[in-house]
Design a protein around this ligand. Structure first.
Ligand code: FAD
Ligand code: UDP
Length: 391
């Protein structure tokens, strides 16, 4: 292979793509991106389903949202966004409720017609002994936010299915993402901007790296020494941006960081619309999957290009990740945090290697956060290593 690269990026996910784009734009560097998968885009990759005309998000539903103006302007350079706004429903004991928990959910649950103020008072009462504290774990955070009855109906069992970890051992940050509203607003996200890439995720990602100075090698594993772009040949010789699992980089020498993975079960129905919405959660333990995704419903603007006799649905089953599985969500118990801190210290000592992204920094990041951290890392840490200025 042609080894002429000023920067090698391991991982063609959003972190790697953003760094590659910045490197070419600001330094004129020649960049080699490698990825062990057979496509770019990392976990945000999607493909078109021929039969139904649905855009299937191969690693689970991906909705873009941000309140960061710099990130929003950046992504709009590469794609337009649809005006999709995310809304989620949940099935509990044979009834469908709107999420995130809002006045509609509360009134349906209590068969009541509370005003916003009455609902606030009720929840404050039901939060009971935990009100007013700043709970550090998910269980206490959940109860103090919405009271015990709603917590037990909508959060407790769903979280147990998703994380298989006692909620009192999980960080509160996991559900701080979810708003609770005392009005009927059921927008899932509270961000300023949201939408889906108009021509799909893959077209967006291809445009980010559409430059002859960026070369991509797919199906190429950084730890496979039979191919030239490997750790042992490159580290110390050329700047490397590594976005794979941080513990894998160090051959798990201090132990393994824990992750959750998701198995998807595909179902096809002879119907136009099976759920009537893109995402249906199932908050009870008797349904073994956490949620079902009906991809066609993410893109109603593609109505004319979709098949109205068939639809495709993916059920999500969550479990602990073993070594051969895709690591999706960092579990992040106290032990994991301590182990990650040790790995991070070792990472800081690697010559000319920058660790980034969800796997490289063991962080539960959304796309906009990954892009923001990549823009940051480029300016602060990677550009000085690459060191060339554009001519
Ligand atoms: P990744 O996308 O994981 O990319 C890392 C890449 O490195 C992968 O392609 C991998 O193959 C490659 N790699 C790893 N090891 C090696 C190796 N040894 N050699 C070569 N290549 C290697 N974010 C949102 O904003 N909205 C959402 O709705 C949303 N939903 C999500 C749903 C699910 C189920 C999951 C798992 C994530 C979701 N996210 C969402 C988060 C989003 O996927 C991430 O923020 C983003 O994709 C992370 O980008 P990354 O580059 O850090 O990592
Ligand atoms: N959650 C829940 N019930 C729901 C939806 C979410 O308990 O119906 C909790 C759960 O702990 C989950 C967290 O809120 O991990 C974040 O939810 P989100 O939908 O953001 O999860 P993601 O899309 O990241 O899987």
């Amino acid at each position: 292979a042609d080894m002429d690269a000023d920067l090698v990026i391991v991982g063609a996910g959003l972190f790697g793509l953003t760094v590659a784009q910045q490197a070419v734009e600001h330094s004129g560097a020649r960049v080699r991106i490698i990825d062990v998968r057979d496509h770019i885009g990392g976990n945000a990759y999607s493909y078109m389903d021929e039969e139904t005309g649905a855009e299937i998000h191969k690693y689970g539903a991906h909705l873009f949202h941000t309140s960061n103006r710099k990130v929003w302007e950046y992504v709009n350079r590469f794609t337009e966004f649809t005006d999709y706004t995310h809304r989620v429903y949940t099935t509990h004991k044979g009834e469908v409720y709107p999420l995130p928990i809002n006045l509609g959910t509360i009134n349906q649950f209590f068969h009541a017609h509370y005003t916003p103020q009455q609902a606030r008072e009720l929840i404050r009462e039901q939060a009971g002994e935990l009100a007013g504290t700043d709970p550090g774990n998910l269980n206490d955070q959940g109860i103090s936010l919405i009271g015990r009855p709603l917590y037990e109906a909508f959060i407790k069992n769903y979280t147990a299915k998703q994380w298989q970890t006692d909620p009192s051992q999980l960080p509160a940050s996991i559900i701080k993402r979810l708003p609770v509203r005392f009005n009927y607003d059921n927008h899932y996200f509270k961000d300023t901007w949201e939408g889906l890439p108009k021509d799909g995720y893959t077209a967006w990602f291809e445009r980010m790296i559409d430059d002859p100075r960026i070369q991509v090698s797919l199906k190429t594993d950084f730890f496979d020494n039979s191919q030239p772009w490997n750790r042992d040949a490159l580290v110390g010789q050329v700047p490397v941006v590594y976005t794979g699992p941080v513990d894998r980089y160090f051959d798990y020498r201090l132990g393994e960081l824990k992750w959750r993975t998701v198995d998807f079960k595909e179902r096809r129905y002879d119907e136009d619309d099976h759920f009537g919405c893109p995402v249906m959660n199932f908050s009870d333990p008797d349904v073994l999957y956490t949620r079902a995704i009906e991809f066609k419903n993410f893109n109603p603007e593609r109505y004319d290009r979709q098949n109205h006799e068939r639809t495709v649905v993916w059920e999500e089953y969550s479990r602990f990740a073993g070594k051969g599985d895709e690591p999706y969500y960092p579990i992040n118990t106290g032990d994991d945090r301590a182990l990650y801190t040790q790995y991070r210290q070792q990472a800081a000592q690697q010559p000319k290697v920058v660790f980034g992204g969800r796997l490289g920094t063991y962080a539960y990041y959304d796309m906009h956060q990954v892009i923001n951290s990549a823009l940051d890392a480029w300016g602060k840490r990677i550009a000085p290593l690459v060191g060339r200025t554009k001519d």
